[in-house]
Design a protein around this ligand. Structure first.
Ligand SMILES: Cc1cc2nc3c(=O)[nH]c(=O)nc-3n(C[C@H](O)[C@H](O)[C@H](O)COP(=O)(O)OP(=O)(O)OC[C@H]3O[C@@H](n4cnc5c(N)ncnc54)[C@H](O)[C@@H]3O)c2cc1C
Length: 336
């Protein structure tokens, strides 16, 4: 049976068991959340042994070179020796500045970190509650303008952290935030490039940041943002986005409602279906996909089939913690 060694103690690991599951089974405290390789909260460092490439997918090059990997995605053939998980190094204190309802189920939460974060538009943070529970939230704020961080949280019935963020926390409360993570972010280009942004539910948060950052940077090329929800109430940034649309010739906002009762100023249908029907050829485009995992995975394939290069498709699937792959419908209720 393969072994994992941490801080001088060795633990057995079943062949098909992830490093994270094995360590948790043996009582080793490793921070974790989505367990699907998306949130990066279970990142650990290998000091000896071979880490499979899939356990380093999506990590920064420097982290890969230093032997960091995602414990939830790591099922190595042989033994591994790991640096001790430092459960505090990755987080810093932050204070809640204010919270505000942006509709029936979405709340805007503004946080002030002790040390300002340097992040790219589109990245996410991991937020740790005082009891240690960790969840990921994308940054909706505009990088480089104000030190406060804005996140958009969808209240999920029975959801531990989202109900707490939407219903309980108040100005002045302490939380902890990680360094920014994720590779679904905007970098300015000199060449004009069209951009297609598709988000469902609070998948709008990173796109709201990306669109404004691109406009702020004087992006040349069209920016087409499709926001989808089952009801009009879920299009929780409708008016600011309409204003942005009116103010910039190259920014186009397309609000999509997939349920019944589609208001006159919205497009009927799912955001990804509407957007990908609209554009026949995405060669040379940059594509951003955020929100419901089923939408993100399907739209990534469609965008590729329509000519976008894989290097130009950036995606953040909002994987829910502790959910299995077969709960697509429940996830849609939660994040759509
Ligand atoms: C990269 C990334 C970025 C993200 N960005 C955002 C964002 O910007 N905004 C946002 O709102 N969310 C975002 N998420 C999702 C977020 O991290 C949380 O997963 C989400 O807020 C739910 O957390 P929770 O603690 O409230 O719910 P949990 O307590 O984790 O529960 C999730 C849902 O599953 C249900 N559930 C829990 N356990 C079970 C079970 N055993 N059987 C059946 N149902 C169950 C709950 O009732 C709830 O509806 C992101 C996720 C990732 C990975």
């Amino acid at each position: 049976m393969p072994k994992i060694t941490v801080a001088g103690s060795s633990f057995d690991r079943a062949a098909d068991e992830s490093v994270l599951d094995a360590l948790l089974r043996h009582g080793v405290a490793v921070p974790n959340s989505c367990r699907k390789g998306a949130c990066q909260s279970c990142m650990m460092r290998a000091m000896d042994g071979y880490v499979p490439a899939e356990a380093q997918a999506g990590l920064k090059e420097t982290f890969v070179h230093e032997g960091y990997f995602l414990a939830c995605q790591c099922r190595p053939d042989g033994d591994l020796t790991l640096a001790s998980p430092d459960n505090n190094a990755a987080f810093q204190p932050a204070t809640v500045v204010f919270t505000e309802a942006l509709g029936e189920t979405v709340h805007r939460v503004v946080l002030s970190p002790e040390t300002p974060l340097h992040y790219h538009a589109g990245q996410f943070i991991n937020l740790r509650r005082p009891d240690g529970l960790i969840r990921s939230y994308s940054l909706a704020s505009l990088p480089g303008t104000i030190p406060e961080l804005e996140i958009h949280v969808k209240r999920l019935p029975g959801g531990a952290v989202s109900t707490w963020l939407c219903d309980t926390i108040k100005a002045g409360d302490p939380v902890e935030v990680s360094a920014p993570a994720g590779t679904c972010f905007y970098l300015p280009t000199r060449e004009p490039q069209n951009m297609l942004l598709i988000g469902t539910g609070t998948g709008l948060a990173p796109l709201f940041s990306i669109a404004r950052d691109a406009l702020h940077a004087g992006h040349q090329g069209g920016i087409h943002l499709y926001h989808g929800s089952r009801s009009r109430d879920g299009l929780y940034r409708h008016h600011p986005l309409r204003d942005l649309h009116a103010a910039h010739d190259n920014f186009h906002y397309h609000p999509c409602v997939s349920g019944r009762d589609v208001p006159d100023d919205c497009i009927p249908g799912r955001a990804d279906a509407v957007a990908l029907h609209e554009f026949g050829n995405l060669a040379g485009w940059r594509v951003y996909l955020c929100g419901l995992p089923a939408m993100v995975h399907a739209a990534r394939t469609q965008a590729y089939l329509k000519g976008a290069s894989l290097a130009d498709i950036h995606a953040d699937a909002f994987e829910l913690a502790g959910r299995d792959e077969n709960r697509g419908a429940a996830d849609e209720a939660a994040t759509g």
